[in-house]
Design a protein around this ligand. Structure first.
Ligand SMILES: C[S@@+](CC[C@H](N)C(=O)[O-])C[C@H]1O[C@@H](n2cnc3c(N)ncnc32)[C@H](O)[C@@H]1O
Length: 303
């Protein structure tokens, strides 16, 4: 947990935060509304001895009290997807609508792609991109199992993505940048997550994250929405990256409230200051909702 010590000045109730990071992460699943309803899923899981409980902020997210849902037929048939609760936040605030064209720039293995497609009633187009060929089979398999027919899988470096493969598409309506990051917020399910974490690892990733976010803003129509998210606590990968995008002058931050407890983004870190509007971004800490850690920013494209 040493790598987390540098966050003491910015994380509220720091001792409770550290204590939560050492606790086992609750298992959660997301109901796949393309194939099933919440009630049918609850009944089917209970018939297999899996007890679940609802989560107030999102009726499609179920906590698992007992049993292993990944070994049940509702899982095999794609009625549910194993998804960490707080990782359902970015697609929820992206708020994609049926018929839209949405870019998921860093999509594998597809937890958020399939959530986006479900929110769109599987109508429209979700371009699910990832530059790592080895991760595309899991992305495709998840789309198949969950019955997603609206996704097109691409394998490009998001920094250089174009609209050329999609004749007739002038711009994306919305884009998600669920960026590659140091993954510190996954420490509750992977104790090794903090190995190699720290300011220098975070600074090394920031240029890639900024370039992908910049490309997402360029490819999204004026008035469209871009969500930037990471599963790390590092301001270098979070507020600093969004601050960079704001400085280009083509977007502005929007406020959002998922119903989950969260803290506002910060505007000062070490020797840096960020735009005041960075308080509209949200930080989700493990002790607030008994989840992993996440950061999310919702941007409107203005030019
Ligand atoms: C946090 S993971 C995405 C998780 C995914 N959104 C989900 O919910 O299942 C980040 C992904 O970014 C991909 N990635 C890294 N660099 C990239 C780049 N330059 N262009 C596109 N994808 C990239 C990685 O291969 C990885 O799959």
């Amino acid at each position: 947990m040493d790598a987390l010590a540098r966050y003491e000045p910015i994380i509220p109730e720091f001792d409770a935060f550290l204590e939560a990071c050492e606790r086992h992460l609750p298992t959660t699943v997301r109901v796949n509304s393309i194939k099933a309803t919440r009630d049918r899923v609850v009944d089917a899981l209970e018939a297999e001895g899996i007890d679940v409980y609802g989560r107030d902020w999102n009726s499609d997210v179920l906590g698992v009290a007992t049993g292993k849902p990944g070994k049940t037929w509702p899982y095999v048939h794609g009625w549910i997807h194993g998804q960490e609760e707080v990782s359902a936040v970015p697609p929820a605030i992206l708020d994609p609508q049926p018929g839209e064209v949405v870019w998921d720039s860093c999509a594998a293995p597809g937890g958020k792609t399939t959530q986006i497609a479900a929110a769109m009633d599987d109508e429209g187009l979700v371009v699910a991109n990832d530059d790592n060929l080895g991760r595309l089979s899991a992305l495709r398999a998840n789309c198949d199992r969950l019955g997603v027919t609206s996704a097109a899988v691409t394998n490009t470096d998001a920094r250089r993505a174009t609209l050329d493969p999609f004749p007739g598409v002038d711009a994306f309506d919305r884009a998600l940048v669920d960026a590659p990051c140091t993954c510190e917020g996954t420490v509750r399910k992977n104790a090794d997550a903090l190995e190699g974490a720290g300011a220098s690892a975070s600074r090394n990733l920031a240029a890639l994250q900024s370039d992908i976010l910049e490309r997402a803003i360029e490819l999204t129509r004026e008035g469209g929405t871009v969500v930037y998210s990471t599963c790390t606590f590092a301001p270098e990968e979070n507020e600093a990256v969004v601050d960079d995008a704001l400085a280009d002058g083509d977007c502005r931050l929007l406020e959002f409230d998922t119903g989950l407890e969260s803290s506002p983004g910060i505007t000062e870190w070490n020797d840096e200051t960020y735009d005041d509007s960075l308080t509209k971004t949200r930080r989700y800490y493990p002790h607030q909702n008994d989840t992993g850690g996440f950061f999310a920013a919702k941007l409107e494209v203005t030019a």
